[in-house]
Design a protein around this ligand. Structure first.
Ligand SMILES: Nc1ncnc2c1ncn2[C@@H]1O[C@H](COP(=O)(O)OP(=O)(O)OP(=O)(O)O)[C@@H](O)[C@H]1O
Ligand SMILES: [Mg+2]
Length: 370
Protein backbone atom coordinates (compact mmCIF):
# COMPACT_ATOMS: atom_id res chain seq x y z
CA UNK A 1 0.00 0.00 0.00
CA UNK A 2 1.24 3.49 -0.76
CA UNK A 3 0.06 7.07 -0.95
CA UNK A 4 -0.37 8.36 -4.47
CA UNK A 5 -1.30 11.93 -3.74
CA UNK A 6 -2.50 14.45 -1.21
CA UNK A 7 -4.78 17.46 -1.57
CA UNK A 8 -5.08 19.79 1.35
CA UNK A 9 -6.77 23.06 2.11
CA UNK A 10 -6.20 25.30 5.12
CA UNK A 11 -4.19 22.75 7.05
CA UNK A 12 -1.68 24.44 9.42
CA UNK A 13 0.51 26.74 7.27
CA UNK A 14 -0.73 25.22 3.98
CA UNK A 15 -3.35 27.27 2.20
CA UNK A 16 -3.64 24.80 -0.66
CA UNK A 17 -1.48 21.88 -1.62
CA UNK A 18 -1.91 19.37 -4.39
CA UNK A 19 0.97 16.93 -4.57
CA UNK A 20 1.81 13.57 -6.06
CA UNK A 21 4.16 11.21 -4.27
CA UNK A 22 6.77 8.73 -5.31
CA UNK A 23 5.51 5.26 -4.53
CA UNK A 24 8.75 4.32 -2.74
CA UNK A 25 10.80 7.16 -1.31
CA UNK A 26 9.97 10.83 -0.77
CA UNK A 27 12.57 13.20 0.64
CA UNK A 28 11.25 16.51 1.89
CA UNK A 29 13.83 19.20 2.48
CA UNK A 30 13.24 22.54 4.15
CA UNK A 31 14.56 24.96 6.74
CA UNK A 32 12.94 25.29 10.15
CA UNK A 33 9.29 26.34 10.36
CA UNK A 34 8.51 25.90 6.65
CA UNK A 35 5.94 23.09 6.97
CA UNK A 36 7.76 19.74 7.03
CA UNK A 37 6.17 18.36 10.20
CA UNK A 38 2.82 19.85 9.16
CA UNK A 39 2.93 17.79 5.98
CA UNK A 40 3.77 14.63 7.97
CA UNK A 41 0.85 15.39 10.25
CA UNK A 42 -1.51 15.80 7.28
CA UNK A 43 -0.41 12.39 6.03
CA UNK A 44 -0.55 10.75 9.43
CA UNK A 45 -4.12 11.70 10.32
CA UNK A 46 -5.44 9.55 7.49
CA UNK A 47 -4.29 6.47 9.39
CA UNK A 48 -5.96 6.98 12.74
CA UNK A 49 -7.99 10.13 12.21
CA UNK A 50 -5.94 11.99 14.80
CA UNK A 51 -2.73 13.95 15.00
CA UNK A 52 0.41 12.66 16.66
CA UNK A 53 1.17 16.02 18.21
CA UNK A 54 -2.10 17.53 19.36
CA UNK A 55 -5.25 16.18 20.88
CA UNK A 56 -7.11 19.29 19.72
CA UNK A 57 -8.22 18.68 16.14
CA UNK A 58 -9.02 22.35 15.60
CA UNK A 59 -5.35 23.28 16.16
CA UNK A 60 -4.72 21.94 12.68
CA UNK A 61 -7.03 24.44 10.96
CA UNK A 62 -5.04 27.25 9.39
CA UNK A 63 -5.14 30.35 11.60
CA UNK A 64 -8.13 32.54 10.78
CA UNK A 65 -9.94 29.87 8.74
CA UNK A 66 -13.10 27.92 9.54
CA UNK A 67 -12.24 24.43 8.36
CA UNK A 68 -9.53 22.22 6.95
CA UNK A 69 -9.75 19.58 4.29
CA UNK A 70 -7.26 16.76 3.87
CA UNK A 71 -7.74 14.22 1.11
CA UNK A 72 -5.38 11.41 0.32
CA UNK A 73 -5.42 8.84 -2.46
CA UNK A 74 -3.89 5.45 -1.78
CA UNK A 75 -3.15 2.48 -3.91
CA UNK A 76 -3.97 -0.68 -2.00
CA UNK A 77 -3.78 -4.13 -3.61
CA UNK A 78 -3.90 -2.40 -7.02
CA UNK A 79 -7.10 -0.63 -6.10
CA UNK A 80 -7.54 3.03 -5.38
CA UNK A 81 -8.65 4.15 -1.95
CA UNK A 82 -9.55 7.71 -0.97
CA UNK A 83 -9.60 9.03 2.55
CA UNK A 84 -10.97 12.48 3.18
CA UNK A 85 -11.03 14.33 6.49
CA UNK A 86 -12.78 17.60 7.12
CA UNK A 87 -12.43 19.32 10.46
CA UNK A 88 -14.30 22.51 11.21
CA UNK A 89 -13.97 25.09 13.93
CA UNK A 90 -17.19 24.03 15.64
CA UNK A 91 -15.46 20.69 16.35
CA UNK A 92 -17.28 18.82 13.62
CA UNK A 93 -15.19 16.13 12.02
CA UNK A 94 -16.16 14.23 8.90
CA UNK A 95 -14.19 11.23 7.73
CA UNK A 96 -14.97 9.59 4.41
CA UNK A 97 -13.51 6.44 2.92
CA UNK A 98 -14.13 6.31 -0.84
CA UNK A 99 -16.76 8.98 -0.43
CA UNK A 100 -18.69 7.09 2.23
CA UNK A 101 -18.85 8.63 5.66
CA UNK A 102 -17.61 6.47 8.52
CA UNK A 103 -18.90 6.89 12.05
CA UNK A 104 -15.89 5.92 14.11
CA UNK A 105 -12.35 6.94 13.26
CA UNK A 106 -11.21 3.60 14.68
CA UNK A 107 -12.59 2.08 11.45
CA UNK A 108 -9.73 3.83 9.66
CA UNK A 109 -7.28 1.51 11.39
CA UNK A 110 -8.32 -1.30 9.05
CA UNK A 111 -7.23 0.66 6.02
CA UNK A 112 -3.85 2.22 6.44
CA UNK A 113 -0.77 1.51 8.56
CA UNK A 114 1.37 4.55 9.06
CA UNK A 115 4.18 4.77 11.58
CA UNK A 116 5.72 8.10 12.49
CA UNK A 117 9.20 8.38 13.89
CA UNK A 118 10.12 11.77 15.32
CA UNK A 119 12.85 13.17 17.60
CA UNK A 120 10.52 12.77 20.59
CA UNK A 121 10.67 9.00 20.11
CA UNK A 122 14.40 9.16 20.75
CA UNK A 123 13.72 10.59 24.19
CA UNK A 124 11.51 7.76 25.40
CA UNK A 125 14.16 6.19 27.63
CA UNK A 126 14.89 9.47 29.41
CA UNK A 127 11.33 10.81 29.50
CA UNK A 128 8.91 10.46 32.39
CA UNK A 129 7.14 7.07 32.91
CA UNK A 130 3.88 8.44 31.48
CA UNK A 131 5.48 8.53 28.00
CA UNK A 132 6.52 4.89 28.24
CA UNK A 133 3.08 3.84 29.42
CA UNK A 134 1.59 5.69 26.48
CA UNK A 135 3.93 3.83 24.16
CA UNK A 136 2.85 0.42 25.51
CA UNK A 137 -0.83 1.39 25.40
CA UNK A 138 -0.61 2.69 21.84
CA UNK A 139 1.10 -0.45 20.59
CA UNK A 140 -1.13 -2.88 22.42
CA UNK A 141 -4.31 -1.06 21.36
CA UNK A 142 -3.21 -1.39 17.73
CA UNK A 143 -2.43 -5.08 17.90
CA UNK A 144 -4.81 -6.37 20.58
CA UNK A 145 -8.41 -5.09 20.50
CA UNK A 146 -9.17 -6.76 23.87
CA UNK A 147 -6.45 -4.62 25.44
CA UNK A 148 -8.19 -1.50 24.23
CA UNK A 149 -11.44 -2.44 25.94
CA UNK A 150 -9.66 -3.45 29.18
CA UNK A 151 -7.85 -0.14 29.16
CA UNK A 152 -11.07 1.84 28.72
CA UNK A 153 -12.73 -0.15 31.53
CA UNK A 154 -9.74 0.28 33.82
CA UNK A 155 -9.59 4.04 33.21
CA UNK A 156 -13.32 4.39 33.82
CA UNK A 157 -13.21 2.56 37.16
CA UNK A 158 -10.05 4.42 38.18
CA UNK A 159 -11.72 7.75 37.48
CA UNK A 160 -14.80 6.74 39.52
CA UNK A 161 -12.64 5.53 42.40
CA UNK A 162 -10.56 8.71 42.37
CA UNK A 163 -13.65 10.90 42.26
CA UNK A 164 -15.08 9.02 45.24
CA UNK A 165 -11.80 9.40 47.16
CA UNK A 166 -12.27 13.16 46.98
CA UNK A 167 -15.51 13.01 48.97
CA UNK A 168 -15.52 13.86 52.66
CA UNK A 169 -16.80 10.51 53.95
CA UNK A 170 -15.53 7.44 52.20
CA UNK A 171 -17.33 4.17 52.89
CA UNK A 172 -14.97 1.15 52.71
CA UNK A 173 -17.80 -1.10 51.49
CA UNK A 174 -18.45 1.20 48.57
CA UNK A 175 -14.74 1.23 47.83
CA UNK A 176 -14.70 -2.52 47.67
CA UNK A 177 -16.91 -2.50 44.58
CA UNK A 178 -14.33 -0.44 42.71
CA UNK A 179 -11.39 -2.34 44.17
CA UNK A 180 -12.67 -5.63 42.79
CA UNK A 181 -13.23 -4.19 39.32
CA UNK A 182 -9.93 -2.35 39.29
CA UNK A 183 -8.09 -5.54 40.28
CA UNK A 184 -9.81 -7.51 37.52
CA UNK A 185 -9.18 -5.08 34.64
CA UNK A 186 -5.77 -4.14 36.03
CA UNK A 187 -4.58 -7.75 36.13
CA UNK A 188 -5.58 -8.24 32.53
CA UNK A 189 -3.65 -5.11 31.49
CA UNK A 190 -0.57 -6.20 33.42
CA UNK A 191 -0.49 -9.70 31.92
CA UNK A 192 -0.66 -8.25 28.40
CA UNK A 193 1.90 -5.56 29.13
CA UNK A 194 4.36 -8.07 30.49
CA UNK A 195 3.94 -10.33 27.48
CA UNK A 196 4.38 -7.41 25.08
CA UNK A 197 7.49 -6.08 26.84
CA UNK A 198 9.10 -9.54 26.79
CA UNK A 199 8.40 -9.76 23.08
CA UNK A 200 9.67 -6.31 22.15
CA UNK A 201 12.70 -6.83 24.42
CA UNK A 202 13.87 -9.78 22.33
CA UNK A 203 13.40 -8.00 19.02
CA UNK A 204 15.07 -4.77 20.16
CA UNK A 205 17.96 -6.75 21.62
CA UNK A 206 18.83 -8.12 18.18
CA UNK A 207 18.50 -4.71 16.56
CA UNK A 208 20.60 -3.10 19.27
CA UNK A 209 23.36 -5.65 18.82
CA UNK A 210 23.42 -4.75 15.14
CA UNK A 211 23.73 -1.02 15.81
CA UNK A 212 26.47 -1.48 18.40
CA UNK A 213 28.41 -4.15 16.51
CA UNK A 214 27.61 -6.72 19.22
CA UNK A 215 29.19 -4.56 21.90
CA UNK A 216 26.02 -4.08 23.93
CA UNK A 217 23.13 -6.26 24.98
CA UNK A 218 19.88 -4.39 25.49
CA UNK A 219 17.05 -5.75 27.59
CA UNK A 220 13.70 -4.35 28.64
CA UNK A 221 11.93 -5.23 31.82
CA UNK A 222 8.37 -4.62 32.87
CA UNK A 223 8.52 -2.49 36.01
CA UNK A 224 5.09 -3.25 37.37
CA UNK A 225 3.71 -1.16 40.16
CA UNK A 226 2.11 -4.29 41.61
CA UNK A 227 4.26 -7.32 42.42
CA UNK A 228 4.02 -9.15 39.11
CA UNK A 229 3.19 -12.84 38.78
CA UNK A 230 2.42 -14.35 35.43
CA UNK A 231 -0.93 -15.77 36.47
CA UNK A 232 -4.15 -13.80 36.08
CA UNK A 233 -5.88 -14.97 39.27
CA UNK A 234 -2.87 -14.52 41.59
CA UNK A 235 -2.13 -11.14 40.05
CA UNK A 236 -5.71 -10.03 40.55
CA UNK A 237 -5.50 -11.15 44.20
CA UNK A 238 -2.17 -9.32 44.66
CA UNK A 239 -3.56 -6.12 43.28
CA UNK A 240 -6.74 -6.41 45.35
CA UNK A 241 -4.68 -6.92 48.51
CA UNK A 242 -2.52 -3.92 47.72
CA UNK A 243 -5.59 -1.73 47.17
CA UNK A 244 -6.84 -2.75 50.61
CA UNK A 245 -3.48 -2.07 52.22
CA UNK A 246 -3.09 1.33 50.58
CA UNK A 247 -6.61 2.41 51.54
CA UNK A 248 -5.44 4.81 54.29
CA UNK A 249 -2.81 6.33 52.08
CA UNK A 250 -5.28 6.68 49.19
CA UNK A 251 -7.67 8.53 51.50
CA UNK A 252 -4.86 10.83 52.58
CA UNK A 253 -3.68 11.48 49.03
CA UNK A 254 -7.28 11.49 47.71
CA UNK A 255 -6.25 9.39 44.74
CA UNK A 256 -5.43 5.78 43.83
CA UNK A 257 -1.73 5.52 44.58
CA UNK A 258 -1.09 1.96 43.37
CA UNK A 259 -1.86 0.13 40.14
CA UNK A 260 -0.83 -0.26 36.51
CA UNK A 261 -1.51 3.45 35.91
CA UNK A 262 1.89 3.85 37.61
CA UNK A 263 3.71 1.17 35.59
CA UNK A 264 7.02 1.69 33.83
CA UNK A 265 9.52 -0.05 31.56
CA UNK A 266 13.16 -0.38 32.54
CA UNK A 267 15.99 -0.51 30.01
CA UNK A 268 19.27 -2.28 30.73
CA UNK A 269 22.50 -2.38 28.76
CA UNK A 270 25.06 -5.03 29.39
CA UNK A 271 28.58 -4.95 27.97
CA UNK A 272 31.74 -6.80 28.88
CA UNK A 273 32.25 -4.57 31.94
CA UNK A 274 28.88 -4.20 33.59
CA UNK A 275 25.11 -4.00 33.36
CA UNK A 276 23.49 -0.61 33.80
CA UNK A 277 20.04 0.88 34.03
CA UNK A 278 20.10 3.06 30.91
CA UNK A 279 17.70 5.67 32.23
CA UNK A 280 19.84 6.45 35.29
CA UNK A 281 23.34 5.62 34.16
CA UNK A 282 23.36 5.50 30.35
CA UNK A 283 25.10 8.14 28.27
CA UNK A 284 22.94 10.27 26.01
CA UNK A 285 24.12 8.23 23.03
CA UNK A 286 23.21 4.95 24.75
CA UNK A 287 19.77 6.28 25.65
CA UNK A 288 19.12 7.32 22.08
CA UNK A 289 20.41 4.09 20.62
CA UNK A 290 18.21 2.08 22.99
CA UNK A 291 15.25 4.23 21.91
CA UNK A 292 16.14 3.73 18.25
CA UNK A 293 16.26 -0.04 18.77
CA UNK A 294 12.87 0.08 20.46
CA UNK A 295 11.33 2.08 17.63
CA UNK A 296 12.69 -0.29 15.00
CA UNK A 297 11.34 -3.21 17.03
CA UNK A 298 7.93 -1.52 17.07
CA UNK A 299 7.92 -1.32 13.28
CA UNK A 300 8.88 -4.98 13.15
CA UNK A 301 6.03 -5.99 15.45
CA UNK A 302 3.46 -4.02 13.44
CA UNK A 303 4.68 -5.76 10.34
CA UNK A 304 4.36 -9.19 11.97
CA UNK A 305 0.89 -8.44 13.30
CA UNK A 306 -0.55 -6.86 10.17
CA UNK A 307 1.42 -8.84 7.62
CA UNK A 308 2.35 -5.65 5.85
CA UNK A 309 5.19 -3.16 5.93
CA UNK A 310 3.91 0.23 7.06
CA UNK A 311 4.14 3.58 5.39
CA UNK A 312 6.92 5.16 7.37
CA UNK A 313 7.33 8.83 8.21
CA UNK A 314 10.76 9.86 9.48
CA UNK A 315 10.26 13.39 10.68
CA UNK A 316 13.61 15.05 11.29
CA UNK A 317 15.22 12.06 13.00
CA UNK A 318 18.28 11.87 10.78
CA UNK A 319 19.72 15.09 12.18
CA UNK A 320 19.45 13.55 15.67
CA UNK A 321 21.77 10.67 14.79
CA UNK A 322 25.43 10.50 13.81
CA UNK A 323 26.25 9.41 10.28
CA UNK A 324 26.99 5.83 11.28
CA UNK A 325 23.60 5.44 12.96
CA UNK A 326 21.86 7.21 10.07
CA UNK A 327 23.33 4.64 7.70
CA UNK A 328 22.33 1.78 9.96
CA UNK A 329 18.80 3.11 10.21
CA UNK A 330 18.43 3.56 6.47
CA UNK A 331 19.74 0.07 5.76
CA UNK A 332 17.59 -1.62 8.42
CA UNK A 333 14.26 0.02 7.75
CA UNK A 334 11.62 -1.94 5.97
CA UNK A 335 8.65 -0.05 4.60
CA UNK A 336 6.22 0.07 1.76
CA UNK A 337 6.70 3.76 1.28
CA UNK A 338 9.02 6.16 3.02
CA UNK A 339 8.82 9.87 3.75
CA UNK A 340 11.89 11.59 5.17
CA UNK A 341 11.92 15.19 6.24
CA UNK A 342 15.14 16.95 7.09
CA UNK A 343 16.80 20.35 6.91
CA UNK A 344 19.73 18.82 5.08
CA UNK A 345 20.80 15.39 4.01
CA UNK A 346 24.30 14.02 3.86
CA UNK A 347 25.32 13.07 0.31
CA UNK A 348 26.12 9.56 1.49
CA UNK A 349 22.55 9.07 2.74
CA UNK A 350 21.02 10.69 -0.34
CA UNK A 351 22.95 8.30 -2.58
CA UNK A 352 21.23 5.37 -0.82
CA UNK A 353 18.01 6.46 -2.52
CA UNK A 354 18.75 6.79 -6.23
CA UNK A 355 15.07 6.68 -7.25
CA UNK A 356 13.67 8.97 -4.59
CA UNK A 357 11.69 12.08 -5.39
CA UNK A 358 13.08 15.13 -3.62
CA UNK A 359 10.84 18.05 -2.64
CA UNK A 360 11.55 21.40 -1.11
CA UNK A 361 9.17 23.12 1.31
CA UNK A 362 9.22 26.88 1.65
CA UNK A 363 6.52 28.68 3.66
CA UNK A 364 3.81 26.12 3.09
CA UNK A 365 4.58 25.61 -0.61
CA UNK A 366 6.12 22.39 -1.89
CA UNK A 367 8.12 22.10 -5.10
CA UNK A 368 9.40 18.94 -6.68
CA UNK A 369 13.13 19.16 -7.35
CA UNK A 370 14.43 18.01 -10.68
N1 LIG B 1 -2.90 26.23 12.67
C1 LIG B 1 -1.89 26.84 12.06
N2 LIG B 1 -2.15 27.80 11.13
C2 LIG B 1 -1.12 28.40 10.48
N3 LIG B 1 0.18 28.14 10.71
C3 LIG B 1 0.48 27.23 11.62
C4 LIG B 1 -0.53 26.52 12.34
N4 LIG B 1 0.08 25.65 13.18
C5 LIG B 1 1.39 25.83 13.00
N5 LIG B 1 1.65 26.75 12.06
C6 LIG B 1 2.96 27.21 11.56
O1 LIG B 1 3.48 26.31 10.62
C7 LIG B 1 4.88 26.57 10.51
C8 LIG B 1 5.61 25.33 10.08
O2 LIG B 1 5.55 24.36 11.11
P1 LIG B 1 6.26 22.92 10.99
O3 LIG B 1 6.16 22.32 12.33
O4 LIG B 1 5.69 22.16 9.85
O5 LIG B 1 7.74 23.34 10.66
P2 LIG B 1 8.96 22.41 10.21
O6 LIG B 1 9.23 22.68 8.77
O7 LIG B 1 8.71 21.02 10.61
O8 LIG B 1 10.13 23.05 11.07
P3 LIG B 1 11.29 22.37 11.99
O9 LIG B 1 12.42 22.07 11.08
O10 LIG B 1 11.62 23.45 12.94
O11 LIG B 1 10.71 21.17 12.65
C9 LIG B 1 5.30 27.13 11.85
O12 LIG B 1 5.87 28.41 11.66
C10 LIG B 1 4.01 27.25 12.63
O13 LIG B 1 3.92 28.44 13.35
MG1 LIG C 1 9.43 19.79 12.16
Amino acid sequence: MYIKSIKIKDFRNYEVLDLEFNEKVNIILGSNAQGKTNLMEAIYISSIGRSFRTSKDTDMIRFGQDALKDKMSFSKDDRDLDIEIIISKDHKKTVKVDGVRIKKTSQLLDNVYIVIFSPDDLKIVKDEPEKRRRFIDKELCQIKPSYYSDLLDYKKVLLERNTYLKEINVDPDMMDVWDRQLAKYGASLMIKRNEFIDKISLISKDIHQGITNNKEILSLKYDSNIKFVDDMKSLEDNFYEILKRSFDNDIKMRTTTRGPHKDDIEFFIENEDNKINVRNFGSQGQQRTAALSLKLAEIDIIKKETGEDPILLLDDVLSELDLERQEFLIKTLSYNQLFITTAEMHQKILSEFPDATVYEVVKGKVEKQL
